[in-house]
Design a protein around this ligand. Structure first.
Ligand SMILES: Cc1cc2nc3c(=O)[nH]c(=O)nc-3n(C[C@H](O)[C@H](O)[C@H](O)COP(=O)(O)OP(=O)(O)OC[C@H]3O[C@@H](n4cnc5c(N)ncnc54)[C@H](O)[C@@H]3O)c2cc1C
Length: 284
């Protein structure tokens, strides 16, 4: 079994073209998944390529349309970069602990495709796109199309995520709520992120996304369309209707961390709180 540390992006892509290998970035998911009995190295059943040293794909920069976040930038580096969207910073600030965030990556979070992955909720909410490269070329895929199910992603064996792109979306306010067992170092029981803008007393932008509430993040473009354009007064009269409608877009489960009923109740409470905030917003 080969354990490979590439010297460049080209070298990494060449290796991936020739080997069916696990990609290890921070290793904070992969090493847990492949853990061995105490005192022994992780058990890999195929080759491994360690990409965290690839500086070419670690940069955080912007152009006219996007903030680009390199696949090997650590969550700590992303958190401390002034270009990072504020909502993404909020979510990262509640991922694991600082120690883990010094290794973990944004690409690793979405490629792990856990229903409880915190930053995936922000990827969906802000319409992030992933760039995947291979020796065959490169392609862009929307975050919402990349996650196909629990630990299932739209990635060919020879592809490497090199960047995650966040459109420079403007909005008045955003929220991020994560409910876990503790304040820190806790996996989400439910997470909800939202953005809105108000113009002339009307909702001019609205989006909500739910994590840990279904097999992948849930976002309803139909409901967003229904809410966008309503006056704050109209929305005030329909809060309970939308709380109910949103609750039907998610399908939480019972597991070791929480119950379906608790998750549903929390999701509804957060949705109600957010809609009230939109109704009461003073922005013009
Ligand atoms: C104690 C602890 C607490 C945690 N708490 C949280 C939490 O609160 N919230 C949360 O969301 N997560 C949490 N996690 C999970 C984990 O830290 C995150 O999912 C992290 O972002 C994974 O990034 P990584 O770089 O370590 O991924 P890795 O473990 O290196 O990889 C994860 C998956 O992504 C793939 N991958 C990585 N990079 C690429 C790439 N460039 N291209 C293609 N595929 C790639 C790997 O092949 C693997 O399948 C926790 C983990 C631990 C150990």
């Amino acid at each position: 079994m080969v354990k490979y540390i590439p010297s460049s992006l080209d070298d990494a892509l060449k290796f991936l073209a020739e080997h069916d290998a696990y990609i290890c970035a921070g290793g904070t998911d992969l090493m847990v998944l492949k853990r061995n009995i105490a005192g022994h190295l992780p058990k890999f059943d195929k080759d491994v390529i360690y990409v965290s040293n690839l500086k070419e794909i670690s940069k955080i920069y912007e152009d006219d349309k996007y903030v680009h976040i390199g696949a090997t930038a650590t969550l700590d580096e992303i958190y401390n970069n002034k270009l990072t969207p504020e909502l993404l910073k909020k979510a990262i600030g509640e991922v694991a602990s600082v120690n883990i965030r010094h290794f973990a990556t944004l690409a690793g979070n979405i490629a792990n495709a856990s229903p409880a992955g915190d930053t995936i909720v922000i990827d969906y909410l802000l319409d992030a796109e992933l760039i995947l490269k291979s020796v065959r070329g490169e392609r862009a895929v929307k975050a919402k199309d990349f996650v196909l199910g629990v630990r299932k992603i739209d990635r060919q064996k020879d592809e490497l995520i090199t960047e995650i792109l966040f459109p420079k979306t403007k909005y008045d306010a955003g929220m991020w709520y994560k409910v876990g067992s503790r304040k820190a170092d806790s996996i989400s029981k439910v997470s909800v992120a939202g953005i809105y803008s108000i113009q002339g007393g009307k909702v001019s932008k609205f989006a909500l996304a739910y994590g840990s509430s279904a097999i992948t993040v849930r976002r309803s473009e139909a409901l967003e369309k229904e809410i966008t354009g309503l006056s704050q007064k109209e929305l005030a009269n329909r809060i309970e209707e939308f709380v109910e409608k949103y609750s039907q877009t998610i399908s939480p489960i019972d597991d070791q961390r929480s119950t379906k009923d608790y998750r549903l109740l929390v999701a509804k409470n957060i949705t109600r709180k957010f809609l009230k905030e939109v109704v009461e917003a003073k922005h013009e």
